[in-house]
Design a protein around this ligand. Structure first.
Ligand SMILES: Cc1cc2nc3c(=O)[nH]c(=O)nc-3n(C[C@H](O)[C@H](O)[C@H](O)COP(=O)(O)OP(=O)(O)OC[C@H]3O[C@@H](n4cnc5c(N)ncnc54)[C@H](O)[C@@H]3O)c2cc1C
Length: 390
């Protein structure tokens, strides 16, 4: 029987599995997902105080749709022999979906690096939570004022003093100027100090040293230095982008028998923008890549990756959240209204469980259907163009 193998049990891998099961229908096709974890980790929620609530058992998604789960890590992809090696065991494939996600970019050679905390993985978020449990009034340094660092810093400010450090001269550098005033106002409201144009050069017991030599109190230093695709991408392509991602065509094919989805895939969002390393894109990428991997074997027409309007929602803790749309990230909701949007998004990214019909219907739907999400790409693009022209 033909075999689709998926590497990764995050958003992209799980939705690839559901996409492949959708394309399979009643046909004979074996689908296997390889991942070391028993849970889908809802990484966008790992800044929350109870990280263990941000997980969903894989068996409750994969079981009902007839997808086998092999608990292992893939070390080798042999595209010539169409085999992957996972914890010493070889598995053959007819079509492969690489969905092995991303990892935090860690500092090289930083003295005290072993003391750093992060919220990149469930284990990382648990470790931070254990360290801070019952210790209100702590001093925290968060390194990286991007999306993850801002969510970490504003969440930590609920119970302690926070210093936010970034090499860039502005907060939210990658988010652009659109939401910056709201972000700065939120940081001011929460009393979060900033050291911009700076970084941490040493971490010790209860302190961190900043570039320039200043020593600051730090019960914890949380590293949020950005994400990069995992190393398996190098086994698929020599032509990776700056985030280590594999180039794919609009059917998400990287090689004749290999598709890629999620944080490993450098898919085009439109003529100007690649997709983001975001679950907002990992989910539809997975649905399409898995569908196409199975469709290719079954002679079913493939689906094109046609992303919905680009939005972001950044949680700013006690200062609310901001919801933006378009690549200029125009703020559409902030404060308590933004928090309400974030809550709905965080519920919506939880996949249906225990019910094959609902899981397959969600795989077919490709985009999140939320009341405040724009429906029309042209409308959002029109707004983007108006902002650029102004
Ligand atoms: C704190 C935080 C906040 C975020 N907030 C948002 C947000 O608000 N909105 C948003 O859209 N995105 C957000 N993101 C980004 C989002 O979480 C990622 O883009 C998304 O998780 C990518 O999904 P993925 O399936 O590609 O990869 P991952 O979630 O990284 O999953 C990868 C999977 O592959 C497995 N794997 C890795 N290597 C191997 C291997 N060698 N063999 C087998 N399996 C392997 C892993 O165990 C895991 O199961 C956030 C991320 C973080 C860390």
């Amino acid at each position: 029987m033909a075999h689709v193998v998926i590497i990764g049990g995050g958003f992209a891998g799980v939705w690839s599995a559901a996409g492949a099961a959708l394309a399979r229908g009643d046909a004979d096709l074996r689908i296997t997902l390889i991942a070391p974890n028993d849970h889908l980790v809802l990484r966008p929620r790992l800044y929350e105080p109870d990280p263990d609530s941000a997980k969903v058992e894989l068996r409750r998604i994969l079981g009902p749709i007839g997808v086998e789960h092999v608990r292992a890590s893939v070390r080798t992809i042999d595209t010539g022999r169409r085999v992957v090696v996972a914890d010493g065991r070889e598995l053959g494939y007819d079509r492969l979906v690489l969905a092995a996600g991303s990892e935090l970019v860690r500092p090289e050679g930083l003295p005290g690096a072993e003391r750093l905390f992060d919220i990149d993985t469930l284990e990382g978020a648990r470790r931070l939570e254990r360290r801070l449990r019952g210790s209100d009034g702590y001093s925290a340094v968060v390194v990286g004022a991007g999306f993850v660092g801002l969510e970490a810093a504003t969440a930590l400010a609920a119970r302690g003093r926070v210093l936010l450090v970034d090499r860039s001269d502005v907060v939210g550098h990658e988010l652009g100027p659109g939401p910056r005033a709201e972000i700065e106002a939120a940081l001011d409201e929460l009393g979060i100090e900033r050291r911009l144009g700076s970084t941490v050069t040493e971490v010790g017991d209860g302190y961190a040293v900043l570039s320039g030599g200043a020593k600051v109190a730090a019960d914890v230093v949380v590293w949020a230095g950005g994400l990069r695709a995992g190393g398996l991408t190098r086994q698929i392509s020599d032509d990776l982008d700056h985030l280590g991602r594999v180039p794919v065509d609009r059917w998400l094919r990287a090689l004749p028998e290999v598709f890629a989805a999620g944080d490993v895939a450098a898919a085009a969002y439109d003529a100007e923008h690649p997709v983001m390393q975001a679950c907002q894109h990992a989910t539809p990428l997975g649905k399409v890549a898995g569908y196409n991997a199975a469709a290719d074997l079954l002679g079913v027409p493939p689906r094109e990756f046609t992303p919905g309007p680009y939005v972001t929602c950044l949680d700013l803790g006690g200062a609310g959240a901001i919801f933006t749309r378009g690549w200029n990230r125009r703020v559409m909701a902030s404060g308590a209204e933004g928090t309400a949007v974030k809550k709905l998004i965080n519920q919506a990214i939880h996949p249906p469980v225990d019910d094959a019909e609902k899981i397959l219907a969600a795989a077919d739907a490709v985009y999140l259907d939320l009341p405040f999400f724009p429906r029309d790409n042209d409308e959002v693009q029109g707004e983007d163009e108006a902002v650029t022209a102004a």
